[in-house]
Design a protein around this ligand. Structure first.
Ligand code: DGL
Length: 272
């Protein structure tokens, strides 16, 4: 039975979805969370559509088995490539593309939006199509930044690090040239590089964090369906990964509050 006291299930290829977890804990502190990071198969963004579809289903099935009340694909790649799984799962389900585009079109003043994401996300043109379906007058400039994922998964996010600066400069150049005033961080790993990106793009550009926007939308869906948890006690978070928990635990702290227990358990995702 789907009840309001059940946890929210969130998944990503690795650490990136924790940007959504951070915001969910912030705006819905009483909710329990079950997080799955598919660290054994990260990155998703350079994989085929078939592989991404298979991974999305397995990840969601695992979370369903954990008895969650809603599933959040906190992954730009899954949200761009895999179908909406709500009917298949019989559960409320959201990805990150819709909530992120919603905010981006309300933010731009000059009608020029940049999108950065993984290779698969950019090849799908998911953000561009979603924006231009309703706002054909908005120019959308896309740039794939697959390399960013490896940096984040290895904790390389310091905006003062020369390597980080060089990489960001290289990938931001075409977007700067196109004079975007709004930049969608279309991969949930990228908010960890937000400071480096903001420095490179300048303060005139507003960054839209896909993890954050998805958290806000998740709250809205739960509210509308009467599924927000009752009670005032602090929610609990459980973490599961498909590779060594130690690697996940080492860097998860970069994304989350210091006081949170980020002990992770290993599961065999191929069983789902
Ligand atoms: N964080 C994911 C995304 O939002 C996946 C990155 C990857 O595994 O390539 O696209």
């Amino acid at each position: 039975m789907n009840t309001k006291q059940n946890a929210i299930g969130i998944f990503d290829s690795g650490l990136g979805g924790l940007t959504a977890v951070r915001e969910i804990l912030e705006i819905m502190p009483h909710e329990d969370i079950v997080y799955f990071g598919d660290t054994g198969r990260v990155p998703y963004g350079s994989k085929s559509t078939d592989a991404i579809n298979k991974y999305a289903r397995q990840d969601a099935r695992f979370l369903k088995k954990m008895g969650v009340k809603m599933i959040v694909a906190a992954c730009g790649t899954v949200s761009s490539v895999a179908p909406d799984l709500s009917e298949e799962l019989g559960l409320p389900y959201t990805g990150v593309v819709y909530p992120t585009c919603y905010t981006a079109v309300r933010t731009t003043k000059n009608g020029r939006i940049g999108v950065i994401g993984t290779a698969a996300t950019i090849a799908s043109h998911s953000y561009k199509k979603r924006i231009q379906a309703k706002h054909p007058e908005i120019e959308v400039y896309e740039e794939h930044c697959q390399l960013f994922v490896g940096f984040v998964e290895n904790g390389l996010v310091d905006p003062d690090d020369e390597l980080v600066q060089l990489m960001v400069k290289r990938y931001m150049a075409p977007l700067k040239e196109n004079n975007v005033d709004t930049l969608i961080l279309g991969c949930t790993h990228f908010p960890l590089l937000a400071e480096a990106i903001q420095r490179e793009m300048g303060n005139g550009v507003t960054l839209i964090d896909s993890g954050k926007e998805t958290a806000v939308y998740t709250k809205k869906v739960l509210e509308e369906r009467g599924l927000l948890r009752d009670g005032n006690e602090q929610g609990k978070a459980q973490f599961f990964v498909s590779d060594t928990p130690a690697d996940f635990e080492r860097y998860a702290g970069l994304f989350l509050r210091d006081d949170l227990d980020i002990t992770a358990a290993h599961i065999n995702i191929e069983e789902y």
